[in-house]
Ligand binder design. Structure first.
Ligand SMILES: *Cc1c(COP(=O)(O)O)cnc(C)c1O
Length: 402
């Protein structure tokens, strides 16, 4: 007997749950890709994307996943031999750094480990030490999806200012946009990247590079930029065709239109952010109760450094994370995220780790359902855990503090 029949729930940190309305918006024939309705639709996306990013800068849209955005952003700014500083708190900023290295950049990685946020004082010291201002850009993930840490980007910018360093500040918001508060202009971020399949509730395949004038000045100073990645024709197109350097991603655009209507015009960004904050506290309240009784450990101990989009945990006994994930999928119809970047590939410790995605189109019954299913899994598999987790989560949803 299994209890998994019913609507499956992919509770991983991306791709996130797509609203039925978003999927239905794609159920139609392709339109003219040179003129007409699609042109106006794309025009309508730009102000909404910028509203979510909280910027008056520009946005280039790519047919790409997140990894492609690493290349897209770097290709406009970096030439072989340029020095970059990567602020690493997990897997993802380091991945961006690897992409830069593959382009011939000299990449220095400041590693802040896997259990907490970056320390702005250390970054400030590193930038002060670069008296010749050789570091061209600082790369950081707002939320690192592997560790579920959230970095304080405003503090990072203050550190850069305190050091009087002119480097560009480049931020990966692929996991956080639409989930954790982010203020591109107010925080002085020069380049920000985001993808469609996480907080933006759209199928994987669209990517966004937001940039300001300072970054664009650096772009204009480069001798050459690969044509496909060049953001200039994508933001200053004379013909619609140039916006996508070829065929427009028609159905993804319909999907994104619907998702942005829901996020920006119906729910509203402030409400969506507040919903994510409350549902994240709901997850934490349950997880803290399990942990208090010898259950799975929250990867990030400091609540103030935890993301509102994803929560990473690890079980006390090395094989229990995989046992729990398998039970959840087979018996409850819920797929949890695997551990990422916590140990080297092939290390049996890997089976400890699991992640809960709570980004995008999630509500109280979905999050409470995942938590209650985990509770059932812990009982079924005889994995130690503290009592009262579901009561604690319910109290958060009921509006009590916790
Ligand atoms: C998901 C994610 C990526 C990678 O995106 P892909 O679409 O899988 O290539 C990069 N950075 C962060 C912070 C992410 O969460």
């Amino acid at each position: 007997m299994t209890l998994s029949q019913g609507r499956p729930y992919l509770a991983i940190p991306g791709p996130s749950v797509m609203p039925d309305r978003v999927l239905q918006a794609m159920q139609r024939p392709a339109p003219n890709i040179y003129a007409g309705e699609l042109v106006g639709l794309v025009d309508s996306l730009l102000p909404d994307l910028k509203a979510v990013a909280r910027t008056d800068g520009k946005v280039a849209i790519y047919i790409s996943n997140g990894h492609g955005l690493w290349d897209a952003s770097l290709a406009n700014l970096v030439t072989p031999g340029d020095r970059l500083l990567v602020v690493s708190t997990g897997r993802f900023a380091a991945g961006w750094g690897d992409a830069a290295r593959a382009m011939g950049a000299e990449v220095e990685v400041m590693d802040f480990g896997l259990r907490g946020a970056m320390d702005p004082d250390r970054v400030e010291a590193a930038l002060r030490a670069d008296t010749g201002h050789k570091i061209k850009a600082v790369l950081v993930a707002h939320v690192d999806t592997a560790t579920s840490v959230r970095n304080d980007i405003a503090a990072l910018r203050r550190a850069k200012d305190a050091a009087g360093h002119p480097a560009l500040l480049m931020v990966d918001c692929i996991a956080s946009l639409g989930c954790d508060p982010f203020e591109m202009d107010a925080w002085g971020v020069d380049v920000m990247i985001a993808a469609s399949q996480k907080g933006l509730m759209t199928p994987p395949g669209l990517g966004f590079v937001f940039f300001n004038d300072r970054a664009d000045t650096v772009r204009k100073g480069l001798d050459r930029v690969p044509l496909y990645w060049d953001w200039t024709p994508r933001t200053e197109a004379e013909l619609f065709y140039q916006l996508f350097c070829g065929t427009a991603p028609t159905h993804h655009l319909f999907a994104l239109r619907e998702a942005l209507t829901m996020l920006v015009h119906e729910e509203g960004l402030p409400h969506a952010l507040a919903r994510h904050a409350t549902l994240a506290r709901c997850v934490w309240a349950a997880a803290e109760a399990w942990q208090a009784g010898g259950g799975p450990l929250l990867n990030i101990a400091d609540r103030g450094a935890r993301s509102h989009a994803v929560t990473a945990l690890n079980t006390v006994s090395a094989e229990d994370g995989t046992r729990l994930r398998d039970w959840m999928e087979q018996q409850a119809g819920v797929t949890l995220g695997i551990g990422l970047g916590m140990v080297a590939p092939g290390n049996p410790e890997w089976h400890r780790y699991f992640r809960i995605g709570h980004m995008g189109h999630v509500n109280a019954h979905m999050v409470l359902g995942v938590l209650a299913s985990i509770q059932a899994g812990l009982v079924a598999l005889d994995i130690p855990h503290g009592a009262g987790a579901l009561d604690a989560a319910a109290r958060v949803c009921a509006g009590a503090s916790g």
